[in-house]
Design a protein around this ligand. Structure first.
Ligand code: ATP
Ligand code: MG
Length: 426
């Protein structure tokens, strides 16, 4: 019978990869704790309308990429393609916004039916931040700094922060008219995707990946020139504050988020080491979204970072791989009585907080010691037939060449004390 395979674009995370993932997750969790940002967990499945309203029908995500189906009750459901809409729905549904501003983060799988390639999957993972009820320019910079510092703490180098301002909704409405008129006059010179977007989502044309369209757009009216004085002053304040924090950035007037509820700050953090899928983290201000989803008018800013792309960057960097934790103790034993003592010893040490693996193979000691070396453990506990009879354990320092046995006869309790106290002396 043919063996079954996972679906295209849906990856298994195998044991050898998981340490790096857990390292990223643990670092992020600690980073958010220090930033007074609380985790929120929402369902993977939501009513389809949430994303139609919360992301927008005119986007690729809603238009082409969603996993949507009818459940057994004939309701249209969608596997979440991103986290923001769900977090905002939950905040409205549970009245969180009446309790004051919310500092929230989330993590987990997202689903988009895209063409899979390096750094682009159909089930992928994001970590994201949402600051709900925050209006001032410093909040934009705080959100950016949390992302920037997390990536720095993880040791990701060579990153670039790209920044733009989309202005207020009035600014954008004015600009939209200018842009649509300009694009209409050049319809024949645009790629097919961009032609289709002229009216549905004209700002996204600025983001086109087509080189001919990009060349043409060099002459297009600029969004920056359409910003009101107040919007320009706000954007200047964001830049000033980033400079004061020493966070470098480049202005990218083509960086857009094509939906009406996005406003003012938009940013991406990119890496030149990722090829075509260069964006690790993207975010911006979405002052109109909470209201769009039926909540009270609430200014907000957030971002999401792609775990697969981040892990890809980190796996190119040996220091961050080595930061993942290893075993403390590897227990080898031979014979039935020895195995029973090994089991009790492993359990006792785990209860005391040590990371312990018990070799259950019953193979020759030589083979078990090879595995002990490969395990990365600091110590090996050795239990042969005689040790089992006497109720004692041998201890071997696996970091010393040849693994010299430092103390032949320790009771399990004495071994615990010795390991807790650090390296025992012969
Ligand atoms: P892209 O232009 O690469 O498609 P996007 O604008 O669709 O990105 P967002 O919706 O802003 O991406 O999601 C934030 C981050 O999530 C991206 O910067 C990226 O790191 C990651 N991401 C998005 N889609 C995928 C995917 N299909 N596979 C892996 N990571 C993804
Ligand atoms: Mg995309």
């Amino acid at each position: 019978m043919a063996s079954l395979q996972s679906l295209r674009g849906m990856a298994d995370l195998l044991p050898e990869q998981i340490r790096l993932w857990q390292h990223v997750e643990a670092t992020a969790r600690e980073h958010f704790r220090r930033s007074a940002i609380t985790e929120i967990r929402t369902p993977l499945l939501e009513v389809t309308e949430l994303f139609a309203r919360g992301i927008g029908e005119a986007t690729d995500v809603v238009g082409k990429e969603m996993y949507t189906f009818l459940d057994r009750g004939e309701r249209s459901c969608t596997l979440r393609p991103e986290g923001t809409a769900s977090v905002v729905r939950a905040a409205i549904q549970h009245g969180l916004l009446s309790q004051g501003p919310q500092r929230l983060w989330y993590g987990g799988p997202m689903f988009r039916y895209e063409r899979p390639q390096a750094g682009r999957l159909r089930q992928f993972h994001q970590i994201g931040l949402e600051l709900l009820g925050f209006a001032d320019a410093c909040s934009d910079v705080e959100a950016i700094a949390v992302a920037w510092d997390l990536l720095a703490e993880l040791g990701v180098g060579g990153l670039e922060l790209q920044l733009n301002s989309l202005g207020s909704s009035e600014d954008r409405a004015r600009y939209r008219e200018l842009l649509v008129a300009w694009l209409e006059q050049r319809r024949g010179q645009l790629d097919a995707d961009s032609q289709a977007r002229i009216h549905s989502n004209p700002l996204r044309v600025l983001d086109s990946k087509n080189p001919d369209t990009q060349a043409l757009l060099a002459e297009a009216p600029s969004l920056a020139s359409a910003l009101s004085d107040a919007s320009q002053a706000r954007f200047a304040a964001v830049q000033q504050s980033l400079k004061a924090l020493g966070i470098p950035f480049v202005l990218n007037p083509r960086l857009v988020r094509g939906l009406d509820y996005y406003s003012h700050t938009a940013f991406e953090i990119t890496s030149s080491q990722l090829g075509a899928q260069a964006t690790v983290c993207g975010g911006g201000r979405y002052d109109g979204l909470v209201q769009q989803l039926g909540g009270p008018a609430t200014p907000a800013i957030g971002w999401a970072l792609g775990m697969e792309r981040l892990v890809l960057l980190l796996s190119q960097n040996e220091a961050s791989v080595a930061a993942a934790p290893a075993l403390d103790l590897y227990v080898v034993s031979r014979g039935e009585a020895a195995a029973a003592l090994a089991l009790a010893l492993a359990r006792r040490c785990r209860q005391a907080g040590l990371a312990v693996e018990r070799d259950a193979s019953g193979a020759a000691f030589g083979k078990q010691f090879k595995r002990a070396d490969r395990s990365g453990a600091r110590w090996a506990a050795v239990i042969g037939e005689q040790e089992a009879l006497d109720g004692v354990v041998g201890l071997k320092d696996l970091r010393v060449d040849g693994g010299e046995q430092v103390d032949k006869r320790l009771t399990p309790e004495a071994l615990l004390v010795a390991l807790a106290a650090g390296p025992p002396r012969p």
